[in-house]
Design a protein. Structure first.
Length: 269
């Protein structure tokens, strides 16, 4: 199915929170893959009081298996756990210690294969991109890449060279867009002109509602109808349409070959 990568230019704009919110609201079966070499967020946050049983070894265990040459192909299903009870939203949790990020390089090509072959859509949280540890194999295999940022001069300045590089990495049929956290002095149209990339959705800066996802806080009675949830639903619909369209053209499969429900959850980084 489709692979959507969420990234950041740096400065913690809310990528992990957005990725989790999109996953919980996604219109179909989805896997949230925490692929940020700097560490995980979902287990110690949203899942802290919701996890039933062992979370398993996650991404680090997968990397160790690949490192040891134990698997010709990645048995991804063995490393994921459900986020909600019906099994439609699952999690491949990331590394706990950023020092383990250096062990992830060998797993990215095989993980790109496994994610593009997954029976369902995948939302991959790659965190900050632009460094030597960026999982470029996942970006090359993606059907959609969305940079989450705030409309501030430091964030736009950091985003420009990263987006210029991304334009040469992502496939020609892939969607490249922005998710704008409305917490800064510039408007969406100004950010689009500066970066030459379209804004797919504007997301509110709503710390109280965001903490439901980032920290597992108790949701307000109005949470399900909040502007944050409605904005995430809007972005999710646009991305789902994009990845379905890309998959129908066969482009996601060709890239894979080259790289060889919020209500039920009780509920941004």
């Amino acid at each position: 199915m489709g692979l959507c990568c969420l990234i950041s230019p740096g400065g913690a704009p809310g990528v992990s929170t957005t990725a989790l919110g999109l996953s919980l609201l996604w219109p179909g079966r989805v896997l949230l893959a925490e692929c940020d070499p700097m560490g995980r967020r979902v287990l110690p946050g949203f899942m802290a009081d919701r996890m039933r049983g062992s979370a398993g070894p996650g991404l680090l265990g997968l990397a160790m298996a690949v490192e040891a040459g134990q698997e010709a192909a990645v048995p991804l299903k063995e490393y994921v756990v459900p986020i909600v009870d019906d099994g439609h939203v699952e999690l491949l949790h990331g590394v706990r210690d950023p020092r383990h990020g250096t062990r992830l390089a060998p797993v990215w090509p095989k993980l790109a294969e496994a994610l593009t072959a997954w029976d369902g859509d995948v939302i991959a949280d790659l965190g900050r991109v632009g460094g030597a540890d960026t999982p470029t194999e996942l970006l090359k295999a993606a059907d959609a890449v969305v940079m989450i940022l705030k409309p501030t001069l430091p964030q736009v300045d950091a985003a420009k060279p990263r987006l210029d590089t991304l334009k040469g990495l992502v496939g020609e049929h892939a969607t490249l867009g922005l998710g704008l956290i409305v917490d800064g002095p510039y408007r969406a149209a100004e950010v689009e002109r500066a970066l030459d990339v379209r804004v797919l959705a504007e997301l509110p800066s709503s710390p109280v509602d965001a903490r439901v996802l980032s920290d597992g806080a108790r949701p307000r009675l109005t949470f399900r109808t909040s502007l944050l949830v409605r904005s995430l639903e809007h972005l999710g619909r646009r991305l789902h349409t994009a990845v379905v369209s890309s998959d129908s053209t066969g482009s996601s499969r060709s890239r894979a070959a080259r790289s060889k429900p919020l209500a039920k959850a009780g509920a941004h980084e």
